[in-house]
Design a protein around this ligand. Structure first.
Ligand SMILES: NC(=O)c1ccc[n+]([C@@H]2O[C@H](COP(=O)([O-])OP(=O)(O)OC[C@H]3O[C@@H](n4cnc5c(N)ncnc54)[C@H](OP(=O)(O)O)[C@@H]3O)[C@@H](O)[C@H]2O)c1
Length: 304
């Protein structure tokens, strides 16, 4: 009999984390013959009720950054332990086959204000140490990084370009990439550009997907930078990359060590992003004001 495969989403309450949970839960099994179990960690306690209502079958663990061992302790014993939950037999995790790490202090200004917290949350040393503690380590770690690891002095950065972050957020992400690469052997690091898409089941404080939409939708004028560029990527495309990497690991068990820059097909300024949203939504283009990034003090440097 094929054993059940287990996926753990760390930071499952965030914007991407919720979409990843949705992506995995939409497929019956990772392959037709291989059923899988899904769990997530959450930082707020208890986790948002809307998320629990949407995914009642999922296991969840409260983890603050140092508590991964608690997952193993909770699941004392070896292999799978059958439990009765909502009238269904579920199999809970002993160790995960795939871990998707979406947990981060992801707001650059917040990182700039508290560099120690940024390093502590964004460099997943507890997670990596926990995964490494299994004698026969067989997890694939998919870790989310950012395009802000680059200085931003040219366009279309490639994976082998030098990293030179201009802010604490980027520095913490570079430190994370180095730590993971040096201490774990089976991994994929996805350096993502801005992620956009539908709102989450449980609202997230950052709410970046609708930020561009927010101000013009209320009829107010808003400023957007004409000289800061990103390659925005649709959230379901990021999820598709994560699912593809997971399926490949589960089907062929070939270890990997890969860094992928994950961006959408178009390089656009923040002003162009706003103009596209206004066009689609039917807002007046006069609500969008073009300004230079250098004219605003955001309390944090940002790669152009
Ligand atoms: N969204 C983007 O446009 C974008 C672009 C490039 C890269 N990324 C990267 O992609 C990943 C996911 O981004 P996201 O937009 O989904 O971020 P997000 O919405 O801010 O979610 C971050 C997650 O991390 C959790 N977290 C925060 N502090 C924690 C702590 N001290 N201990 C444990 N968990 C903690 C959050 O829980 P709480 O909600 O309780 O704080 C939340 O579940 C991050 O690594 C981010 O840097 C995102």
């Amino acid at each position: 009999m094929t054993s059940k495969k287990r996926v753990l989403v760390v930071g499952g309450t965030g914007y991407l984390g919720q979409h990843v949970l949705h992506g995995f839960s939409e497929i019956e099994g990772i392959t037709a013959t291989t059923p899988f179990g899904l769990a997530f960690t959450h930082h707020p306690s208890p986790p948002p009720q809307a998320l629990l209502d949407a995914f009642p079958q999922l296991l969840h663990f409260h983890v603050t950054g140092h508590g991964f061992q608690a997952i193993s302790r909770t699941l004392a014993g070896s292999g799978f332990i059958p439990i009765l939950h909502l009238c269904k037999i579920l199999y809970i995790f002993f160790f995960p086959d795939v871990v998707v790490n979406c947990a981060a202090l992801s707001i650059p200004r917040a990182c700039e204000m508290d560099p120690a917290a940024a390093m502590s949350v964004n460099v997943p040393s507890s997670l990596v140490n926990w995964l490494s503690s299994f004698e026969e380590s067989s997890s694939l770690l998919i870790h989310l990084s950012t395009d802000q690891v680059y200085e931003g002095v040219k366009s279309f950065y490639k994976e082998d370009d030098e990293t030179a972050p201009v802010n604490v957020y980027g520095k913490s992400k570079v430190a994370a990439e180095q730590f993971i690469t040096e201490n774990f052997s089976n991994l994929a690091i996805l350096s993502s550009s801005i992620i956009f898409g539908p709102l989450t089941i449980s609202p997230v404080p950052k709410d970046s997907p609708s930020r561009i939409d927010g101000v013009p939708s209320k009829g107010n004028t808003s400023e957007f930078f004409h000289d800061e560029f990103r390659c925005p990527i649709y959230v379901k495309d990021v999820v598709a990359v994560i699912l593809a990497l997971s399926k490949r690991w589960i089907s062929d068990s070939k270890q990997t060590k890969v860094l992928l820059n994950v961006g959408g097909p178009d390089r656009v300024s923040r002003l162009q992003m706003a103009e596209i949203v206004a066009d689609v939504r039917g807002y007046s283009p006069t609500l969008i004001k073009s300004v230079s990034a250098s004219s605003v003090d955001r309390g944090v440097m940002s790669p152009a």
